[in-house]
Design a protein around this ligand. Structure first.
Ligand SMILES: CC(C)(COP(=O)(O)OP(=O)(O)OC[C@H]1O[C@@H](n2cnc3c(N)ncnc32)[C@H](O)[C@@H]1OP(=O)(O)O)[C@@H](O)C(=O)NCCC(=O)NCCSC(=O)c1cc(O)c2ccccc2c1O
Length: 342
Protein backbone atom coordinates (compact mmCIF):
# COMPACT_ATOMS: atom_id res chain seq x y z
CA UNK A 1 0.00 0.00 0.00
CA UNK A 2 1.25 3.49 -0.83
CA UNK A 3 2.31 5.54 2.20
CA UNK A 4 1.03 9.11 2.69
CA UNK A 5 4.25 10.68 1.26
CA UNK A 6 3.82 8.76 -2.03
CA UNK A 7 0.12 9.69 -2.15
CA UNK A 8 0.98 13.36 -1.61
CA UNK A 9 3.49 13.25 -4.49
CA UNK A 10 0.94 11.57 -6.75
CA UNK A 11 -1.71 14.19 -5.89
CA UNK A 12 0.70 17.04 -6.61
CA UNK A 13 1.58 15.51 -10.01
CA UNK A 14 -2.10 15.06 -10.89
CA UNK A 15 -2.88 18.67 -10.03
CA UNK A 16 0.09 19.91 -12.12
CA UNK A 17 -1.25 17.96 -15.12
CA UNK A 18 -4.89 18.98 -14.64
CA UNK A 19 -3.89 22.64 -14.37
CA UNK A 20 -2.68 22.36 -17.96
CA UNK A 21 -5.91 20.88 -19.27
CA UNK A 22 -8.47 23.21 -20.81
CA UNK A 23 -12.05 22.42 -19.70
CA UNK A 24 -13.93 21.18 -22.78
CA UNK A 25 -16.34 24.11 -22.70
CA UNK A 26 -13.47 26.53 -23.14
CA UNK A 27 -11.89 24.88 -26.19
CA UNK A 28 -12.51 27.16 -29.16
CA UNK A 29 -14.52 25.31 -31.79
CA UNK A 30 -14.73 28.07 -34.35
CA UNK A 31 -12.27 30.70 -35.52
CA UNK A 32 -14.17 34.01 -35.48
CA UNK A 33 -11.60 36.69 -36.08
CA UNK A 34 -8.99 35.02 -38.28
CA UNK A 35 -9.83 34.62 -41.91
CA UNK A 36 -8.42 31.30 -43.06
CA UNK A 37 -7.12 31.17 -46.60
CA UNK A 38 -5.15 28.71 -48.68
CA UNK A 39 -1.52 29.45 -49.52
CA UNK A 40 -2.42 30.06 -53.15
CA UNK A 41 -5.03 32.71 -52.33
CA UNK A 42 -3.02 34.68 -49.78
CA UNK A 43 -3.24 38.38 -50.39
CA UNK A 44 0.03 39.60 -48.94
CA UNK A 45 2.72 41.45 -50.89
CA UNK A 46 4.85 38.32 -51.29
CA UNK A 47 2.01 36.52 -53.07
CA UNK A 48 1.11 39.61 -55.11
CA UNK A 49 4.70 39.79 -56.40
CA UNK A 50 5.11 36.10 -57.10
CA UNK A 51 1.62 35.40 -58.39
CA UNK A 52 -0.09 32.06 -58.81
CA UNK A 53 1.87 28.96 -59.80
CA UNK A 54 1.12 28.29 -63.48
CA UNK A 55 -1.28 25.40 -64.07
CA UNK A 56 -1.09 25.03 -67.85
CA UNK A 57 -0.75 21.57 -69.36
CA UNK A 58 2.80 20.21 -69.31
CA UNK A 59 4.23 18.93 -72.61
CA UNK A 60 6.54 15.93 -72.31
CA UNK A 61 9.08 14.93 -74.93
CA UNK A 62 11.31 11.89 -74.96
CA UNK A 63 14.61 13.10 -73.55
CA UNK A 64 17.79 13.31 -75.49
CA UNK A 65 20.86 13.00 -73.33
CA UNK A 66 22.40 16.24 -72.21
CA UNK A 67 25.17 17.23 -74.60
CA UNK A 68 23.48 15.37 -77.47
CA UNK A 69 21.70 18.36 -78.96
CA UNK A 70 18.67 20.37 -78.04
CA UNK A 71 17.63 18.18 -75.14
CA UNK A 72 14.90 16.13 -76.76
CA UNK A 73 15.15 13.20 -79.16
CA UNK A 74 14.93 9.47 -79.10
CA UNK A 75 17.83 8.27 -76.97
CA UNK A 76 15.03 6.35 -75.29
CA UNK A 77 15.63 3.76 -78.01
CA UNK A 78 18.33 2.58 -75.65
CA UNK A 79 15.87 2.22 -72.78
CA UNK A 80 13.81 -0.90 -72.39
CA UNK A 81 12.67 -0.72 -68.78
CA UNK A 82 12.20 3.02 -68.33
CA UNK A 83 10.83 6.07 -70.13
CA UNK A 84 12.86 9.25 -69.80
CA UNK A 85 11.18 12.55 -70.65
CA UNK A 86 11.78 16.26 -70.24
CA UNK A 87 9.09 18.95 -70.12
CA UNK A 88 9.24 21.30 -73.07
CA UNK A 89 10.31 24.79 -71.98
CA UNK A 90 10.49 24.06 -68.27
CA UNK A 91 13.09 22.45 -66.05
CA UNK A 92 11.32 19.19 -65.21
CA UNK A 93 12.54 15.70 -66.04
CA UNK A 94 10.33 12.64 -65.61
CA UNK A 95 11.67 9.12 -65.21
CA UNK A 96 9.09 6.33 -65.41
CA UNK A 97 9.71 2.70 -64.50
CA UNK A 98 8.05 0.86 -67.38
CA UNK A 99 7.36 -2.71 -66.28
CA UNK A 100 3.65 -2.46 -65.40
CA UNK A 101 3.10 -6.18 -66.04
CA UNK A 102 5.44 -6.81 -63.09
CA UNK A 103 3.96 -3.97 -61.00
CA UNK A 104 7.10 -2.03 -62.00
CA UNK A 105 9.43 -4.38 -60.13
CA UNK A 106 13.02 -3.50 -60.95
CA UNK A 107 15.63 -5.83 -62.37
CA UNK A 108 19.33 -4.96 -62.74
CA UNK A 109 18.72 -3.58 -66.24
CA UNK A 110 16.03 -1.26 -64.82
CA UNK A 111 18.45 0.08 -62.23
CA UNK A 112 21.20 0.64 -64.80
CA UNK A 113 18.78 2.60 -67.01
CA UNK A 114 17.44 4.61 -64.06
CA UNK A 115 20.98 5.54 -63.06
CA UNK A 116 21.80 6.72 -66.59
CA UNK A 117 18.69 8.88 -66.72
CA UNK A 118 19.26 10.36 -63.25
CA UNK A 119 22.85 11.10 -64.22
CA UNK A 120 21.71 12.92 -67.33
CA UNK A 121 19.08 14.92 -65.40
CA UNK A 122 21.76 15.89 -62.90
CA UNK A 123 24.19 17.10 -65.59
CA UNK A 124 21.55 18.95 -67.62
CA UNK A 125 21.56 22.43 -66.14
CA UNK A 126 18.18 23.17 -67.68
CA UNK A 127 16.65 20.55 -65.36
CA UNK A 128 15.81 21.70 -61.84
CA UNK A 129 13.45 19.01 -60.55
CA UNK A 130 13.11 15.31 -61.33
CA UNK A 131 9.95 13.22 -61.03
CA UNK A 132 10.29 9.48 -60.42
CA UNK A 133 7.18 7.43 -61.13
CA UNK A 134 5.86 4.09 -62.35
CA UNK A 135 3.94 3.30 -65.53
CA UNK A 136 0.21 2.86 -65.08
CA UNK A 137 -1.97 3.33 -62.04
CA UNK A 138 -1.46 -0.01 -60.30
CA UNK A 139 2.05 0.46 -59.00
CA UNK A 140 4.81 2.97 -58.46
CA UNK A 141 7.21 0.08 -57.88
CA UNK A 142 6.99 -3.33 -56.21
CA UNK A 143 10.71 -3.64 -55.41
CA UNK A 144 13.27 -6.09 -56.68
CA UNK A 145 12.15 -8.60 -59.31
CA UNK A 146 12.02 -11.76 -57.22
CA UNK A 147 12.30 -13.95 -60.31
CA UNK A 148 15.86 -12.66 -60.75
CA UNK A 149 16.95 -12.92 -57.14
CA UNK A 150 19.97 -15.14 -56.68
CA UNK A 151 22.25 -15.92 -53.78
CA UNK A 152 24.42 -12.98 -54.86
CA UNK A 153 21.63 -10.43 -55.18
CA UNK A 154 19.63 -9.61 -58.29
CA UNK A 155 21.07 -10.77 -61.61
CA UNK A 156 19.96 -10.50 -65.21
CA UNK A 157 20.56 -13.76 -67.11
CA UNK A 158 24.29 -14.43 -67.59
CA UNK A 159 25.26 -11.61 -65.27
CA UNK A 160 26.64 -11.45 -61.74
CA UNK A 161 24.26 -10.76 -58.89
CA UNK A 162 24.35 -7.47 -57.03
CA UNK A 163 22.19 -5.30 -54.81
CA UNK A 164 22.54 -2.48 -57.29
CA UNK A 165 19.43 -0.60 -56.15
CA UNK A 166 21.58 0.55 -53.22
CA UNK A 167 23.70 2.57 -55.68
CA UNK A 168 20.56 4.17 -57.07
CA UNK A 169 19.38 5.09 -53.57
CA UNK A 170 22.70 6.85 -52.91
CA UNK A 171 22.53 8.58 -56.28
CA UNK A 172 19.07 10.02 -55.56
CA UNK A 173 20.04 11.04 -52.05
CA UNK A 174 23.15 12.91 -53.26
CA UNK A 175 21.69 14.36 -56.43
CA UNK A 176 21.77 18.15 -55.89
CA UNK A 177 18.27 18.69 -57.29
CA UNK A 178 14.94 17.76 -55.70
CA UNK A 179 13.58 14.36 -56.70
CA UNK A 180 9.82 13.91 -56.31
CA UNK A 181 8.22 10.45 -56.10
CA UNK A 182 4.86 10.52 -57.87
CA UNK A 183 3.05 7.47 -56.53
CA UNK A 184 -0.06 5.74 -57.84
CA UNK A 185 -0.83 2.22 -56.61
CA UNK A 186 1.67 0.08 -54.74
CA UNK A 187 4.96 1.44 -53.44
CA UNK A 188 6.13 -1.68 -51.62
CA UNK A 189 9.35 -3.50 -50.74
CA UNK A 190 12.33 -1.93 -52.49
CA UNK A 191 9.81 0.34 -54.25
CA UNK A 192 8.77 1.77 -50.92
CA UNK A 193 12.40 2.55 -50.13
CA UNK A 194 12.80 4.32 -53.45
CA UNK A 195 9.97 6.73 -52.62
CA UNK A 196 11.47 7.27 -49.14
CA UNK A 197 14.86 8.31 -50.53
CA UNK A 198 13.17 10.84 -52.80
CA UNK A 199 12.92 14.36 -51.37
CA UNK A 200 9.14 14.61 -51.62
CA UNK A 201 6.33 12.13 -52.23
CA UNK A 202 3.02 13.03 -53.82
CA UNK A 203 0.53 10.18 -53.73
CA UNK A 204 -2.72 9.39 -55.47
CA UNK A 205 -5.65 8.31 -53.34
CA UNK A 206 -5.15 4.72 -54.53
CA UNK A 207 -1.53 4.57 -53.33
CA UNK A 208 -0.51 1.82 -50.93
CA UNK A 209 2.71 1.84 -48.96
CA UNK A 210 4.57 -0.86 -47.07
CA UNK A 211 7.54 -3.15 -46.63
CA UNK A 212 7.35 -6.81 -47.61
CA UNK A 213 10.94 -7.90 -46.99
CA UNK A 214 10.45 -10.09 -43.93
CA UNK A 215 7.64 -11.91 -45.80
CA UNK A 216 9.84 -12.77 -48.77
CA UNK A 217 13.13 -13.31 -46.96
CA UNK A 218 14.68 -9.88 -47.43
CA UNK A 219 15.35 -6.66 -45.57
CA UNK A 220 16.94 -3.29 -46.17
CA UNK A 221 18.93 -2.44 -43.09
CA UNK A 222 20.45 0.62 -44.76
CA UNK A 223 18.47 3.68 -45.88
CA UNK A 224 15.36 1.52 -45.85
CA UNK A 225 15.53 1.39 -42.07
CA UNK A 226 17.31 4.61 -41.06
CA UNK A 227 15.42 7.00 -43.32
CA UNK A 228 12.13 5.34 -42.45
CA UNK A 229 12.82 5.76 -38.77
CA UNK A 230 13.52 9.47 -39.34
CA UNK A 231 10.32 9.89 -41.35
CA UNK A 232 7.80 8.05 -39.20
CA UNK A 233 9.66 7.66 -35.90
CA UNK A 234 11.28 4.57 -34.41
CA UNK A 235 8.10 2.90 -33.14
CA UNK A 236 6.15 3.20 -36.39
CA UNK A 237 9.25 2.09 -38.35
CA UNK A 238 9.41 -1.06 -36.26
CA UNK A 239 5.72 -1.64 -36.91
CA UNK A 240 6.20 -1.22 -40.67
CA UNK A 241 9.14 -3.63 -40.81
CA UNK A 242 8.10 -6.21 -38.18
CA UNK A 243 4.44 -6.51 -39.23
CA UNK A 244 4.83 -5.88 -43.00
CA UNK A 245 1.42 -4.19 -43.05
CA UNK A 246 0.25 -2.06 -45.95
CA UNK A 247 -0.93 1.53 -45.37
CA UNK A 248 -3.32 3.67 -47.39
CA UNK A 249 -2.23 7.01 -48.79
CA UNK A 250 -4.17 8.82 -46.07
CA UNK A 251 -2.54 6.76 -43.31
CA UNK A 252 0.86 7.38 -44.90
CA UNK A 253 0.22 11.12 -44.96
CA UNK A 254 -0.76 11.07 -41.28
CA UNK A 255 2.43 9.15 -40.48
CA UNK A 256 4.63 11.77 -42.18
CA UNK A 257 5.71 9.23 -44.78
CA UNK A 258 4.50 11.33 -47.71
CA UNK A 259 3.75 14.99 -48.40
CA UNK A 260 0.25 15.00 -49.78
CA UNK A 261 -2.58 12.90 -51.23
CA UNK A 262 -4.52 13.92 -54.32
CA UNK A 263 -7.18 12.31 -56.49
CA UNK A 264 -5.62 9.89 -59.00
CA UNK A 265 -6.74 12.03 -61.94
CA UNK A 266 -4.91 15.06 -60.51
CA UNK A 267 -1.68 13.27 -59.60
CA UNK A 268 0.51 14.51 -62.42
CA UNK A 269 -1.06 17.97 -62.55
CA UNK A 270 -0.42 18.48 -58.83
CA UNK A 271 3.10 17.04 -59.02
CA UNK A 272 3.98 19.38 -61.89
CA UNK A 273 2.56 22.27 -59.87
CA UNK A 274 4.89 21.40 -56.99
CA UNK A 275 7.78 21.24 -59.47
CA UNK A 276 6.92 24.67 -60.86
CA UNK A 277 6.69 26.12 -57.37
CA UNK A 278 10.16 24.76 -56.56
CA UNK A 279 11.56 25.98 -59.88
CA UNK A 280 10.61 29.57 -59.03
CA UNK A 281 13.07 29.47 -56.15
CA UNK A 282 16.84 29.83 -56.07
CA UNK A 283 18.52 26.64 -57.38
CA UNK A 284 21.57 27.24 -55.22
CA UNK A 285 19.48 27.69 -52.09
CA UNK A 286 17.66 24.45 -52.84
CA UNK A 287 20.88 22.60 -53.64
CA UNK A 288 22.53 23.63 -50.36
CA UNK A 289 19.35 22.97 -48.37
CA UNK A 290 19.05 19.43 -49.73
CA UNK A 291 22.65 18.75 -48.73
CA UNK A 292 22.08 20.38 -45.33
CA UNK A 293 18.89 18.43 -44.63
CA UNK A 294 20.75 15.17 -45.30
CA UNK A 295 24.08 16.13 -43.72
CA UNK A 296 23.66 14.92 -40.14
CA UNK A 297 22.17 11.58 -41.15
CA UNK A 298 24.71 10.99 -43.90
CA UNK A 299 27.75 11.51 -41.67
CA UNK A 300 31.03 12.03 -43.52
CA UNK A 301 29.31 11.64 -46.89
CA UNK A 302 26.80 14.31 -45.85
CA UNK A 303 29.54 16.68 -44.78
CA UNK A 304 31.41 16.02 -47.99
CA UNK A 305 28.33 16.98 -50.02
CA UNK A 306 27.69 20.16 -48.01
CA UNK A 307 31.42 21.03 -47.96
CA UNK A 308 31.54 20.50 -51.73
CA UNK A 309 28.76 23.06 -52.12
CA UNK A 310 30.79 25.57 -50.10
CA UNK A 311 33.82 25.00 -52.37
CA UNK A 312 31.63 25.30 -55.46
CA UNK A 313 30.35 28.69 -54.32
CA UNK A 314 33.84 29.80 -53.28
CA UNK A 315 35.24 29.04 -56.77
CA UNK A 316 32.93 31.75 -58.13
CA UNK A 317 34.24 34.46 -55.78
CA UNK A 318 37.03 36.97 -56.52
CA UNK A 319 38.94 35.58 -53.59
CA UNK A 320 38.85 32.05 -54.96
CA UNK A 321 39.71 33.27 -58.45
CA UNK A 322 42.68 35.28 -57.12
CA UNK A 323 44.21 32.09 -55.68
CA UNK A 324 43.90 30.20 -58.93
CA UNK A 325 45.04 33.13 -61.10
CA UNK A 326 48.10 33.75 -58.94
CA UNK A 327 49.08 30.10 -59.18
CA UNK A 328 48.71 30.13 -62.96
CA UNK A 329 50.71 33.41 -63.20
CA UNK A 330 53.46 32.02 -60.99
CA UNK A 331 53.09 34.89 -58.46
CA UNK A 332 52.13 35.00 -54.78
CA UNK A 333 48.38 35.49 -54.30
CA UNK A 334 47.21 38.88 -52.94
CA UNK A 335 44.44 38.07 -50.49
CA UNK A 336 44.90 41.38 -48.63
CA UNK A 337 41.85 43.04 -50.19
CA UNK A 338 39.45 40.33 -49.01
CA UNK A 339 37.64 40.96 -45.75
CA UNK A 340 38.12 38.77 -42.71
CA UNK A 341 34.43 38.83 -41.86
CA UNK A 342 33.25 38.74 -38.28
C1 LIG B 1 2.75 -5.38 -55.35
C2 LIG B 1 1.69 -6.43 -55.04
C3 LIG B 1 1.10 -6.23 -53.67
C4 LIG B 1 0.59 -6.25 -56.11
O1 LIG B 1 -0.42 -7.23 -55.95
P1 LIG B 1 -1.46 -7.46 -57.15
O2 LIG B 1 -2.42 -8.46 -56.68
O3 LIG B 1 -1.99 -6.15 -57.62
O4 LIG B 1 -0.61 -8.00 -58.38
P2 LIG B 1 0.08 -9.44 -58.54
O5 LIG B 1 0.67 -9.90 -57.28
O6 LIG B 1 -0.85 -10.33 -59.25
O7 LIG B 1 1.30 -9.03 -59.51
C5 LIG B 1 1.15 -8.89 -60.92
C6 LIG B 1 2.30 -9.59 -61.58
O8 LIG B 1 3.50 -8.91 -61.20
C7 LIG B 1 4.40 -9.82 -60.59
N1 LIG B 1 5.17 -9.12 -59.56
C8 LIG B 1 4.73 -8.19 -58.72
N2 LIG B 1 5.73 -7.79 -57.90
C9 LIG B 1 6.81 -8.50 -58.28
C10 LIG B 1 8.16 -8.56 -57.79
N3 LIG B 1 8.62 -7.74 -56.80
N4 LIG B 1 9.01 -9.40 -58.38
C11 LIG B 1 8.61 -10.19 -59.40
N5 LIG B 1 7.34 -10.20 -59.89
C12 LIG B 1 6.47 -9.36 -59.33
C13 LIG B 1 3.51 -10.91 -60.02
O9 LIG B 1 4.24 -12.08 -59.83
C14 LIG B 1 2.45 -11.01 -61.10
O10 LIG B 1 2.99 -11.77 -62.17
P3 LIG B 1 2.07 -12.81 -62.98
O11 LIG B 1 3.02 -13.48 -63.93
O12 LIG B 1 1.48 -13.72 -61.97
O13 LIG B 1 1.04 -11.96 -63.65
C15 LIG B 1 2.24 -7.85 -55.15
O14 LIG B 1 2.56 -8.10 -56.50
C16 LIG B 1 3.45 -8.08 -54.31
O15 LIG B 1 3.35 -8.26 -53.13
N6 LIG B 1 4.63 -8.11 -54.94
C17 LIG B 1 5.86 -8.48 -54.31
C18 LIG B 1 6.43 -7.35 -53.47
C19 LIG B 1 7.75 -7.77 -52.90
O16 LIG B 1 7.82 -8.60 -52.04
N7 LIG B 1 8.85 -7.18 -53.38
C20 LIG B 1 10.18 -7.55 -53.07
C21 LIG B 1 10.67 -7.04 -51.70
S1 LIG B 1 12.39 -7.25 -51.45
C22 LIG B 1 13.08 -5.96 -52.34
O17 LIG B 1 12.40 -5.33 -53.08
C23 LIG B 1 14.51 -5.64 -52.21
C24 LIG B 1 15.20 -5.34 -53.34
C25 LIG B 1 16.54 -5.00 -53.28
O18 LIG B 1 17.22 -4.77 -54.39
C26 LIG B 1 17.21 -4.92 -52.03
C27 LIG B 1 18.54 -4.54 -51.94
C28 LIG B 1 19.15 -4.50 -50.71
C29 LIG B 1 18.47 -4.80 -49.57
C30 LIG B 1 17.14 -5.15 -49.63
C31 LIG B 1 16.48 -5.23 -50.87
C32 LIG B 1 15.12 -5.58 -50.98
O19 LIG B 1 14.44 -5.91 -49.88
Amino acid sequence: MADSKELGTANRRISVVTNHLIPTGLIPTRVDSVELCSASSMNDNYHKVHGEVPTHEVVWKKAKFFGDGEGYGDNNKEFVDIIYEKAVGEGIAKITINRPERRNAFRPQTIKELMRAFNDARDDSSVGVIILTGKGTKAFCSGGDQALRTQDGYADPNDVGRLNVLDLQVQIRRLPKPVIAMVAGYAVGGGHILHMVCDLTIAAENAIFGQTGPKVGSFDAGYGSSIMSRLVGPKKAREMWFMTRFYSAFEAEKMGLINTVVPLDDLEKETVKWCREILRNSPTAIRVLKAALNAVDDGHAGLQELGGDATLLFYGTEEGIEGRTAYMQRRPPDFSKFPRRP
